[in-house]
Every structure is written in C-alpha cells, then in structure tokens.
Design a protein around this ligand. Structure first.
Ligand SMILES: Nc1ncnc2c1ncn2[C@@H]1O[C@H](COP(=O)(O)OP(=O)(O)OP(=O)(O)O)[C@@H](O)[C@H]1O
Ligand SMILES: [Mg+2]
Length: 451
C-alpha cells in the first residue's frame, strides 16, 4: 500500500517536508543583495538630461555617492541609491504630488497558479526601480510574495505580524500608520514575549492557569510587531502574510453574519476593511499592490473593493478561461449586492484590466485561439502586454529575486534569458502606469489647477 497508513506516519512525512523546506528557503539569505543596475544612458533618460550631464553632475557634486564600476567591462553604472540621490538633487518627483493619493492595484483572480504573485512581485520591483514608493500587501496565507521579498512566513512572521489585527478590527476602527509600522523595539518586545510563552508551554503541565507574566506576554504576542516592514528594496515596504492569516476570512464572515445592526452599510462594513486600510496607505505610498489568494469569499470581496485598479490575470488555457468566466459572474453578483444594499450611495468600483498570462514564446494554435477569445471578451480592458512564460523569471525566482535584480550582474545565469524577462516586466509596468496610474494623477492635478 502506497498511502500513509496511520496518523503518526502521515505526520512524520509532513514534518520532514515542512522542516526540510524551511532550511531550503534560507539558501539565499547570506548572499549579497543584488539590485538593478542603471547604465549612464538609463540614468540620463530617467533624469531627463544628456549622458554627459550625468558625468558633469558627479564632477560638480562630490557629496553624491560615487558611481560604481562593473569589474567585467569597467563601465560606470548606478544603483537605486544613485537614482534616488539624483532625483533629490534635480528635484524630480516620479510619484504622486504632495496632495495626491497613491493608486491601489489588486492582482486577483480566485483561479490558482495564474501568475498573481509573480505579477505582483515583479511589478513591485519595476515600480520601485522607477522611484515610486510601493507598498505590497500579501493577502495569501501561502505567503509567496512575503518569501520573495525576504521574510520567512510562519517563522519570522506570525498572524499578529500580518494585516490580520487591522482587518478584523482588533486595533479598533481608527487606523494609525505609526501603529502599523514595524519597529525594532516592538520586534524585541514580541520576541521576548513569544519566548516566555513558549517556555511556559514547554514546561511541566500541572494544570494550573498561566501566571501573570505569561498572561501579559501573550497579550504582547497578540499585538504583534507592527505589519508594515522594510524590504531589501529601499522603495518597497511589505505587509507580510503567513498561514495564520487564513483565519481572517472566517472572522470577517462571522462579523458580517453576526452584525447586530439593521443598517445595511454597517452590516457590510467587513467587506470594506481592506479598502479603509488601503485608503490610509495611499496617503503614504505611490502604489499599493495587493497579492490576492486563490479563493473568493469575504477576503475576495475585500480585495476587489480595496482596488482602484483590479488586474485579473488570465492564462490561455481552457480551464483558466472558464474560471475567469465564473469569477466574472461572482463579481457581477457581489457588485449588484453592494449596489442594492448601499442604495446607490456611491461606493466606488475598481477599474478592471485583464492581463494575459502563461503564453509561451512559440504560441501554439490552441494558445492563439484562446488569446483571440480573451481579447474578444475583454476588449480594450485587456492589457496589450502579456505576462509570458519566461525562463528568466523562474531562474531569478530560484534566487528569490526578480529578473531585474540580477540583471546584468555577472553571475552564472544565462544573461539574455534574464534580460528578456526583465524587459517584459518593464513593459507591463509601463503600460499599467500609462493607463491606470499617470492619468489618475494628471486628472487630480488638473482639477486642482482649475479650482
Ligand atoms: N513568467 C513566468 N514564467 C514561468 N513560470 C512562472 C512565471 N511566473 C510565475 N511562474 C511560475 O508559475 C507558478 C505559479 O505562479 P504564481 O505563484 O505567481 O501564481 P499565483 O496565481 O500567485 O498562484 P496561487 O493561486 O497559488 O497564489 C509558480 O511556480 C511560478 O514560479
Ligand atoms: Mg499567489
């Protein structure tokens, strides 16, 4: 018999796998933090000056961090630090203006494996590489985006360190950005508290209640570390996830069904929690990118209404097209429900964009047929750029990196393959910025000027 026969054997297999993968996920921890390299031409284009101006600027401003030199071809290049310093010196603001709000983008479809996380993660790096302050919210309990951005879910990250407390209203209705931000001090308190609770749990069980200090420690533990964390990229902050976040959907559903009110909007409040949090984040970030989980439910509705732009990845396979059809029906039902409950009180709905994914370079006849079908359904709501199946993406992901983070660093990866994937993300990011972000900021600016 091939199956695991009893619960002990089953648990043994699961334990070996879970601890083995935890070690595996640490392989890249100690490697130097590679990041995007900008050629002098790129720096010049991004700063809207000539190439020679860049050299002049560095001669005239010794206070700037000197450009770096690639050992293999002796060419000068800059990093995100150089770009940030140049932007400050030249008074260039790539993001929103002081009084404008950032743009929230949910990457979401309940269909599993449709490149949601890959899209979110690689776009975040692209936006951040352009100097845009980006906050990634990981909503998926599988927490792949968290892993890619440098944290180990379920070890470093516990439920209280995710968005859970804010989503479920544990911190009250008023959300405070400073309370949300991770601090080393809070981390030290929580580490100490978790160690105390663990020590008591592992101690002899004499049936007595927890002593006062353990009780206090578990309260500190449950408050968490603050959920907005810095990442290796200076322009990306992360609200991480872990398995414990899975419980949030259930809590929100209980709150909706158990709400002690007849007022429909208050009753639906739990559908808009993420939207409220994101509303605050948009005052502090240019882009808020949300990585959805592969299921619908209360969290799904939250993801949809938190978004200014909802990007629905759809792969060119029959099953994916059918799943997107089902998702569309779910969205219709929910939007109609919210409209009915709110009595047309102006709940804003997101701008919808479909992103074709998983297409191979050598398109098969079946893929071409699917692509045509998706485009005929989605019309101009379908983005022109496609998130293709790319070896460069999987090569970079095996190092917990986005292609542009290791390109064109001289390592043993096939350079052209990684470069090609990096170009793909740059193009998708550009299209989204042009269609969904810049016009929104421009409209805001025009309204202010004419006021
Ligand atoms: N451009 C790409 N080329 C090739 N493989 C990719 C690419 N993007 C992602 N993948 C791989 O495809 C798989 C699914 O991608 P991803 O995790 O982004 O999907 P997802 O929609 O987030 O999945 P889930 O529904 O489980 O959250 C992963 O194994 C990932 O490494
Ligand atoms: Mg995912």
């Amino acid at each position: 018999m091939n199956s695991t026969e009893n619960v002990d054997e089953l648990l043994d297999v699961l334990k070996v796998f879970s601890s083995g993968v935890a070690t595996y996920s640490d392989i890249d921890r100690d490697k130097p933090r590679a990041c995007r390299r900008y050629s002098i031409t790129e720096l010049a284009t991004m700063c809207n000056v000539f190439r020679r101006n860049i050299y002049e600027i560095y001669e005239r401003h010794p206070e700037l961090t000197p450009l770096e030199v690639a050992p293999h071809n002796k060419r000068s290049y800059g990093t995100i630090q150089h770009l940030t310093e140049l932007y400050a010196l030249l008074n260039i603001h790539p993001g929103r203006g002081d009084t404008e709000l950032g743009r929230a983008i949910s990457v979401y479809t309940p269909k599993g494996g449709s490149y949601k996380t890959s899209t979110t993660f690689n776009l975040a790096i692209e936006f951040a590489n352009r100097g845009l302050k980006t906050c990634v919210i990981d909503i998926d309990p599988q927490a792949t985006a968290t892993l890619m951005l440098g944290y180990t879910p379920n070890e470093e990250i516990q439920r209280a360190d995710t968005i859970f407390n804010w989503l479920t209203g544990q911190h009250g209705a008023r959300i405070d950005i400073n309370q949300m931000r991770w601090t080393q001090e809070r981390q030290d308190d929580v580490d100490r508290a978790r160690a105390q609770v663990k020590e008591w749990e592992n101690g002899p069980d004499d049936g007595s209640d927890a002593p006062e200090h353990v009780f206090k420690a578990s309260e500190t533990d449950l408050k968490g570390t603050g959920c907005i964390r810095p990442t290796r990229h200076p322009n990306i902050d992360l609200i991480p996830s872990c398995l414990g976040l899975d419980f949030a959907g259930m809590v929100l559903s209980f709150q909706i069904h158990g709400a002690d009110t007849e007022d429909p909007l208050t009753k639906l409040d739990a559908f808009f929690r993420l939207r409220n949090i994101v509303g605050l984040l948009k005052q502090h970030y240019d882009i808020v990118l949300i990585d959805g989980q592969p299921s619908f439910g209360t969290m799904g509705v939250n993801l949809v209404y938190a978004a200014d732009t909802l990007i629905v990845p759809v792969a060119t396979e029959v099953a994916d097209i059918h799943a997107t059809q089902a998702f569309s029906q779910l969205l219709i039902d929910n939007i109609e429900m919210v409209e009915e409950f709110s009595g047309g009180t102006g709940v804003e709905h997101p701008s919808l964009r479909f992103l074709v994914t998983k297409l191979s370079d050598k398109q098969t006849i079946e893929e071409q047929r699917s692509l045509k079908l998706i485009k005929s359904f989605a019309g101009d709501r379908c983005l022109d750029k496609i998130h293709k199946r790319a070896t460069g993406t999987t090569k970079a992901a095996s190092l917990y990196r986005s292609p542009s983070e290791i390109y064109p660093a001289g390592n043993d990866l096939n350079k052209r393959v990684v470069e090609k994937a990096a170009e793909m993300y740059s193009e998708i990011a550009q299209e989204i910025l042009e269609k969904e972000v810049y016009p929104h900021w421009a409209k805001f600016r025009n309204e202010q000027e004419s006021a």
